[in-house]
Design a binder for this molecule. Structure first.
Ligand SMILES: NC(=O)c1ccc[n+]([C@@H]2O[C@H](COP(=O)([O-])OP(=O)(O)OC[C@H]3O[C@@H](n4cnc5c(N)ncnc54)[C@H](OP(=O)(O)O)[C@@H]3O)[C@@H](O)[C@H]2O)c1
Length: 233
């Protein structure tokens, strides 16, 4: 029975991953910033933009369910706009959450995994990080940077039997895409070989594999779960 922490696991893709790992018997904690955590999972308050908050969340998880064996850095935001008109602040906010937030979590988790000589770090990126997307320069940059981060950590931690992989979802039905216009949604579906939006559960099934013993010889991999969106990159 592994100890798991999923950031942004209170809803959307993170929640589906948390539920899937809990169903296979892991002890699963999810971060939430406000409100109540989902039933049946350990909720820990955490804002990934704040190092102290990340530290406190890990301390709480360790206290209740033991050191984290599997960390899923899933928390993410969008803040769309054309690059030419994007302020440093709008660009930086997305980088600070999606990239630096994931880094803060991975760094904190990796120390213990290295000592334990077993660990699974999983970063939730996006097919947009590979394909690019108009209006999402900040988001795409944050997601493609996760690949370099993951592969560097894969080199650093490989000897310690810690795997570090990237899961790159395509268009998935969650709160995140509610603000996508019908026109853009139709465009994205046309760019998806399977011609539909995916579900959080379809992403969770792959996360399940990438955080299990079944993927023991995979590290530094980028696995798209996007119905073919962005394939070939
Ligand atoms: N949906 C898609 O089409 C799609 C496609 C590709 C990749 N992704 C990626 O998948 C991941 C999950 O997205 P989703 O679709 O499930 O979106 P979502 O429903 O909007 O959920 C985002 C999650 O991230 C959390 N979060 C945001 N900022 C945070 C912060 N500073 N500290 C801690 N938690 C924070 C949110 O917590 P609160 O509830 O507190 O806001 C929420 O749990 C993201 O990294 C996203 O970029 C999504």
């Amino acid at each position: 029975m592994r100890s798991v922490l999923v950031t942004g696991g209170n809803r959307g893709i993170g929640l589906a991953i948390a539920r899937s790992l809990a169903a296979r018997g892991d002890r699963v904690a999810v971060t939430h910033r406000s409100g109540e955590p989902p039933e049946g999972l350990l909720g820990v308050r955490c804002d990934v933009t704040d190092e102290k908050s990340v530290e406190e969340a890990f301390a709480r998880v360790e206290e209740v369910q033991g050191p984290v064996d599997i960390a899923v850095a899933n928390a993410g935001i969008t803040n769309d706009g054309l690059a030419l008109a994007m302020s440093d602040e709008d660009f930086g906010r997305v980088i600070n959450t999606n990239l630096m937030g994931a880094f803060r979590v991975a760094r904190r988790a990796a120390a213990r995994m290295a000592t334990a000589r077993w660990g699974r770090l999983l970063f939730v990126a996006s097919t947009v990080g590979m394909a690019g997307s108009p209006g999402q320069a900040n988001y795409a940059a944050s997601k493609s940077a996760l690949i370099g981060l993951a592969r560097s950590m894969a080199w650093e931690l490989g000897r310690r039997n810690v795997t570090v992989n990237v899961l790159a979802p395509g268009l998935i039905e969650t709160d995140m895409i509610t603000h996508v216009s019908d026109k853009r949604r139709a465009e994205l579906i046309r760019e998806t070989a399977l011609r539909r939006v995916g579900t959080a559960e379809e992403v969770a099934r792959v996360a399940d594999f990438l955080t299990s013993d079944a993927s023991s010889f995979m590290t530094g991999a980028v696995i798209p779960v996007g119905g073919g969106h962005g394939m070939g990159h």
